[in-house]
Write a protein that binds this ligand. Structure first.
Ligand code: ADP
Length: 494
C-alpha cells in the first residue's frame, strides 16, 4: 500500500458481511466506512470522496446499479466494485458500462477481496496521477495563454509596427501597428505572409531565410506605401536566433517616417533654391571681373568703372540675400534671442516710415496712419516686429506707383491686434498671391523688372507671424493695389 491509507466505502444490507468486510479491511490498512443501504451509501459518497467502493447489487431500498451511478456522478474517479451472489452476464455488462471497475461474486474469500481491492487501488492511483498531470497541463496552458495576452497588449501599445515570421516565412506574431501600416485587415498566425508584404521587405526577409549561415545584421528599407509620399515607412528586419545560434525567424519593425521624409524633401529643395539664387549674381560678378582682367579685351576706364559698379551692386544684393537667409535659419533653429516687452506698434510703424523717407520721396508716395487707440500696444520682440513691418512697408513702396499712397490702419479685433497696410501699387493676380510667401518667389513681369529684391522678405514675414501664432491675409488685384492684414495675438501664447 502507498503511504496514505485507501478509503473504502462498503454498501451492503447484509449486516454480517458488511461489518466483517469493514473489520477485515481495517486490519489490512484500509480506512473503511459502511452503509447499511443504498440511500446511506449515496449520502456518504456525497460527503466524502472514497478511493474505492464495494456496492452490493441487490438491496431492499435502492438498487446497487443506482448507487453506482450516484457515486460515479459525484466522484467519477472512485473505483467501484459490484458485489453480488446473483451474478449475471447482463448486470455485469451494465455495471461496467456504468463505470464499475470490476465485479466481485459473493461469497468471496478475504484473499479474493483484498486482491481485487489492491488492483483497484492501483488503478485509482493511476487515475489520480493522470488527473494531476491533466490539471497541471491545463494550468500551464492557461499561464501561456495569459503570457501571450500580456505580450500582445505590450506589442499593441508600441506605435511602431512589428511582425515576426519563422524561417519558413509563416507569421508567428504581429501587432496592430503592423496591420495599420501595411493596411492588412485579416491575417492569422501561420499565414505565409511573405507573399503579401511589400516586395522590398520580403526581399530582405528572404535574404535571411535563404542564407546558409546566420546573418547577425539588421537591414532597413524605405517603402512608399501610399503614393505622393503620403505614407512612407522604414522597415528594419533583424534575425531572431535559436539558442543553438541558428535562425529561428525574422522580426520586422515598421516606423512611419512620412514627416521626416517630407521635411528632408523641403530642406533639399530649399538648399538647391539657395544655391541657384547665389549662383546667378556670382556668375555675373565673375563675368565682369574676367573681362576687366583679360588683357586681350580692350575696356575703357569708364566701362571698367561701370562693370565694377555693377559687380558692387550685385554683391551688395548678395549680402542682403545672405542676411535674409541667416535670419530665416536663425528663426528655424529658434536661435534668435527674443526680448519680449510691451511695444507701441504705431511708434514702430512711424519709425519705419521715417526710415523709408528717401524712397517715399523719390516716388512721391504719401503715407497715412490711423490708429484705433489704445489699440497699439502689444507684447513682442521689437527687432522681429520691426523686421516684419519693414518688409511689408518697403514692398508697399517698391511695388507702388509714382504719386501713389499707403494707408496704415491699426485696430483691435477679438484677441488680435490687426495692422492693415494698403497700397495703390501694381497689385497681383490670384496665382501670384498664392505663391507670395514662398522663399525666393518674385513676380516676374514688365512692372517688376526694374525692382530689386531677394524674394525672401515675405518668407521671413510669414515665419515671424507664425512664431507669434498670428496670421496674415492678402487682398489684391492686378493694377488695383494690395492690402496686407497682419493679425498678432494680444495675449502671447508662446
Ligand atoms: P522681394 O525681395 O522680391 O520684394 P518679397 O518676399 O518681399 O520679395 O515679395 C515677394 C514678391 O511678392 C515680390 O517680388 C513681388 O512680386 C510681390 N509683392 C510683394 N509685396 C507686394 C505688393 N505690396 N504689391 C505687389 N506685389 C508685391
Amino acid at each position: 500500500m502507498e503511504n496514505q491509507k485507501p478509503h473504502v466505502l462498503i454498501v451492503d444490507d447484509e449486516r454480517g458481511l458488511r461489518l466483517g468486510t469493514k473489520r477485515l479491511l481495517e486490519s489490512e490498512g484500509f480506512v473503511a466506512e459502511a452503509a447499511e443501504n443504498g440511500a446511506e451509501g449515496i449520502r456518504l459518497a456525497k460527503s466524502n470522496e472514497y478511493d474505492l467502493a464495494i456496492i452490493d447489487l441487490k438491496m431492499p431500498d435502492i438498487d446497487g446499479i443506482e448507487v453506482l451511478k450516484a457515486i460515479r456522478k459525484e466522484n467519477p474517479n472512485t473505483v467501484c466494485f459490484i458485489a453480488t451472489a446473483y451474478a449475471s452476464f447482463d448486470t455485469a455488462i451494465e455495471s461496467t458500462k456504468l463505470g464499475a471497475y470490476s465485479y466481485i461474486p459473493k461469497p468471496f474469500t478475504p484473499e479474493e477481496l483484498l486482491l481485487q481491492l489492491r488492483k483497484g487501488y492501483e488503478k485509482r492511483l493511476l487515475i489520480l496521477e493522470a488527473e494531476r498531470l491533466r490539471k497541471e497541463r491545463e494550468e500551464r496552458l492557461l499561464e501561456i495563454a495569459y503570457e501571450k495576452t500580456r505580450l500582445k497588449t505590450i506589442m499593441d501599445s508600441i506605435t511602431e509596427g512589428a511582425l515576426v515570421v519563422n524561417r519558413t516565412g509563416e507569421l508567428v506574431m504581429y501587432n496592430s501597428g503592423a496591420l495599420k501600416y501595411l493596411d492588412l485587415h485579416e491575417i492569422f498566425i501561420g499565414d505565409v505572409i511573405l507573399e503579401i508584404l511589400p516586395v522590398e521587405i520580403t526581399a530582405i526577409i528572404q535574404k535571411f531565410i535563404d542564407s546558409e549561415t546566420y546573418i547577425p545584421n539588421s537591414y532597413s528599407t524605405q517603402v512608399e506605401l501610399k503614393p505622393n509620399k503620403e505614407l512612407v515607412i522604414e522597415a528594419t528586419c533583424s534575425p531572431v536566433p535559436h539558442t543553438d545560434g541558428s535562425l529561428a525567424g525574422v522580426v520586422t519593425v515598421i516606423r512611419n517616417i512620412t514627416e521626416s521624409v517630407k521635411v528632408e524633401a523641403v530642406k533639399s529643395q530649399f538648399v538647391s533654391m539657395v544655391a541657384h539664387e547665389l549662383k546667378t549674381p556670382l556668375a555675373a560678378v565673375i563675368g565682369f571681373l574676367k573681362i576687366i582682367l583679360d588683357d586681350e579685351v580692350k575696356v575703357s576706364p569708364e566701362q571698367q568703372k561701370d562693370f565694377l559698379k555693377r559687380s558692387y551692386t550685385r554683391l551688395q544684393s548678395l549680402v542682403v540675400m545672405v542676411n535674409d537667409l541667416l535670419d530665416i535659419s536663425r528663426m528655424e533653429l529658434r536661435k534668435a534671442q527674443r526680448e519680449i516687452k510691451e511695444l507701441e506698434i504705431d511708434q514702430i510703424l512711424k519709425s519705419i516710415i521715417d526710415f523709408l523717407e528717401i524712397e517715399l520721396q523719390k516716388k512721391k508716395i504719401t503715407v497715412s496712419l490711423h490708429t484705433d487707440s489704445p489699440a497699439c500696444r502689444l507684447k513682442a520682440d521689437q527687432n522681429e516686429i520691426n523686421r516684419l513691418f519693414t518688409n511689408i512697408l518697403s514692398n508697399a513702396v517698391k511695388y507702388n506707383k509714382d504719386n501713389g499712397s499707403i494707408d496704415i490702419n491699426i485696430s483691435n479685433s477679438g484677441n488680435y491686434l490687426v495692422t492693415r497696410i494698403s497700397d495703390t501699387g501694381i497689385g497681383m493676380t490670384k496665382e501670384e498671391k498664392a505663391k507670395l510667401f514662398q522663399e525666393f518667389y518674385r513676380v516676374k513681369n514688365d512692372k517688376t523688372r526694374g525692382i530689386s529684391g531677394t524674394g525672401l522678405g515675405l518668407a521671413i514675414v510669414r515665419r515671424i507671424v507664425d512664431s507669434y501664432a498670428g496670421k496674415i491675409d492678402v487682398e489684391s488685384n492686378p493694377g488695383e493695389g494690395s492690402t496686407f492684414s497682419v493679425y498678432l495675438p494680444l495675449s502671447l501664447s508662446k
